[in-house]
Design a protein around this ligand. Structure first.
Ligand SMILES: [Fe+2]
Ligand SMILES: [Fe+2]
Length: 251
């Protein structure tokens, strides 16, 4: 029995990632589902070793380095996943004659999906950008998530076929999504969020490659870049950007 326990422990310890002789820690959300989040992670047990072990507390050497004062463009370049969906949405918004504010909302509407978290992405995305954009832009990003589930034939928005494919035809949204849809429907900025859904729906086109360069000027005009660097400022969302920058930083 002791041998099995020893072997199990050895396997657990071998699974711990070490970089530059430092242990790399991960967050409960990264593990949750793949493992039971109530379990103590193997690296946690290492913290009480004698002699003490060191942990990674700064940049993760596996990730591309970021400038000392990063901008939104730098996050697109060095951290976000392929963001053609965002760029194509913004391009379509331009084609459809939307205002610059709405184009920016379309450019950033799924920013959480590509850079932070997928569940409730509209809400997370809105929080990420709120300190840096016009209130209407972050409001629209927040509510586009609920509006995507509700057609509006008057403006030509139908329930997405992709949602039927992905969720099944019998899928019913959670109560909070329905509630937030009602809030958005009766709000003065309803059409701002609705425009995101209109430009979102047709935005998957594998034949078009839209360069981020097309929107650098627009970002410059409408996204307030903090002097210290995005994430190194003291806004209420700065820590979220820092976590994207250094996702394995211990504490
Ligand atoms: Fe979305
Ligand atoms: Fe989208």
């Amino acid at each position: 029995m002791a041998k099995i326990v020893d072997e199990f422990e050895a396997a657990e310890r071998a699974a711990i990632i070490r970089l530059e002789n430092k242990i790399v820690t991960d967050s409960p959300l990264y593990r949750s589902g793949a493992t039971d989040p109530r379990e103590i992670p193997p690296w946690f047990k290492e913290l009480s070793r004698d002699p003490p072990v060191q942990v990674l507390v700064g940049d993760d050497p596996r990730l591309p380095g970021m400038p000392s004062k990063p901008s939104l463009i730098d996050y697109f370049t060095y951290r976000f996943g392929p963001s053609q969906h965002l760029l194509q949405s913004a391009r379509l918004a331009v084609k459809n004659g939307c205002s610059e504010k709405i184009v920016l909302a379309c450019l950033l509407h799924d920013i959480s999906v590509f850079g932070l978290l997928v569940p409730d992405h509209g809400y997370w995305g809105a929080q990420l950008i709120a300190p840096y954009v016009d209130e209407e832009v972050s409001w629209a990003v927040r509510y586009h998530q609920a509006l995507r589930f509700f057609p509006d034939p008057e403006v030509g928005y139908e329930y997405p076929q992709s949602y039927i494919d992905w969720f099944g035809s019998d899928y019913r949204v959670d109560d909070y999504i329905r509630r937030d849809y009602e809030v958005a429907r009766n709000h003065k900025w309803y059409m701002s969020a609705r425009h995101i859904t209109i430009n979102d729906f047709y935005a998957f086109d594998p034949d078009i490659v839209v360069p981020l360069d097309d929107f650098v000027d627009l970002i410059g005009r409408h996204f307030r870049q903090p002097e210290e660097g995005l994430g190194l400022d003291s806004s209420p969302a700065a820590h979220m950007w820092r976590t994207i920058m250094r996702p394995t930083k211990f504490l």
